[in-house]
Design a protein around this ligand. Structure first.
Ligand code: TXA
Ligand code: MG
Length: 320
């Protein structure tokens, strides 16, 4: 029997009983539990095999609820929340006393967002507690963007995946912290730097581990396929170098005419970065399942969502 189901009442009763449910969001699927249940939160870390020093994101149903999670809201945080929630932006702010240390890895800040998915918003509205939810993949694996990805990862370890279809943004939320009340990007993601800057002006980016000991999840290697993955601006010469291996190609917009490759996926023939981001992880999942020797990925244009995709791809691959 499949664990994938649209039964929201069942999801509610599992969560109320301190069990985990994988939930859909517009970015990626999350592995969710009641933030106030020690049992559920411990189970999240165990199921993901995630180290306890890596804190979780709290998911709430509206901007108004933010006051119950955080102790202070800087002016620019309020502006960002009002502009982009529900949406693919996570804010890291000083936490309220009632937020358990397990969620925040004992830090004095907490990460929080209002996801933009009708099923999960309805779920959150019906629950009397917020949900902690990291991406629903085992530590160091590619994030899931559809229910079968989650099912394949966890099988009987998990009781339910709440089916919300394909994640339409397909890449994790952009994480923004505050230093002296000024916003700083800690993780590039589904909300582009350009969109954020249009609202709060120039913003600094500290998404490398060296620059930002504060975001412990930003390991330099992350989001990896099992297959050896190479990121390059020049697919054709990389194919020559990799002969006679079994090669899969992930291209941005242009398909390659070559009999030296086993398979290829083109992310967006229209060169649409939004479409490419939505398909990125699913395409990596597909290629990773084909027992190839190597996956050659084309570097994306380095602006907008392309910048966020390149960030993930650099962590997944050896840059040529
Ligand atoms: O799109 C998303 O954000 C998805 C969906 C499910 O909402 N969630 C997600 O969670 O990507 P996760 O756990 O895979 O990534 C959360 C990141 C981690 O890198 C973690 O270190 C960082 O957020 N984080 C959480 N709390 C933090 C805090 N207090 N300070 C700094 N970084 C924090
Ligand atoms: Mg993750």
């Amino acid at each position: 029997m499949s664990i994938i189901s649209k039964d929201i009442q069942k999801a509610i009763s599992l969560l109320e009983n301190e069990e985990l449910v994988a939930i859909p969001t517009e970015t990626v699927y999350g592995l969710a539990g009641n933030i106030f249940s020690e049992k559920a939160i411990k189970k999240i870390f165990e199921t993901k095999k995630r180290p306890f020093f890596n804190p979780l994101i709290v998911h709430i149903s509206s901007v108004d609820e933010l006051e119950t999670i955080v102790a202070e809201i800087p002016e620019k945080a309020r502006i960002l929340a009002n502009n982009f929630w529900p949406g693919s932006m996570t804010l890291v702010l000083k936490k309220n006393k009632n937020i358990p240390d397990l969620i925040t890895a004992s830090k004095d800040t907490v990460a929080v967002r209002v996801p933009n998915h009708p099923v999960t918003l309805s779920l959150l509205e019906q629950l009397s507690f917020p949900l902690a939810a990291p991406s629903a993949n085992p530590f160091n694996n590619i994030s899931p963007t559809k229910p079968t990805h989650v099912e394949n990862y966890f099988k009987e370890e998990l009781k339910m995946v709440l089916d919300g279809g394909f994640c339409k943004n397909g890449i994790e939320s952009t994480i923004i912290g505050f230093e002296n009340d000024e916003p700083v990007i800690y993780r590039l993601g589904a909300l582009s730097v350009e969109e954020i800057e249009a609202v709060v002006g120039k913003i600094s980016i500290k998404n490398k581990k060296e620059e930002n000991p504060d975001a412990p999840g930003m390991l330099n290697k992350h989001y990896s396929p099992k297959t050896n993955t190479i990121l390059t601006i020049d697919i054709a010469s990389e194919i020559e170098k990799q002969q006679p291996k079994k090669i899969g190609v992930l291209a941005f917009a242009t398909s390659l005419k070559s009999n030296k490759i086993t398979t290829q996926i083109v992310l967006s023939e229209e060169k649409n970065l939004q479409e490419a981001a939505a398909k990125l992880y699913d395409s990596l999942h597909q290629l990773d399942d084909l027992n190839l020797d190597v996956i050659i990925v084309e570097k994306m244009p380095d602006f907008g969502l392309g910048k966020s995709m390149n960030d993930r791809l650099e962590r997944a691959s050896f840059i040529d």
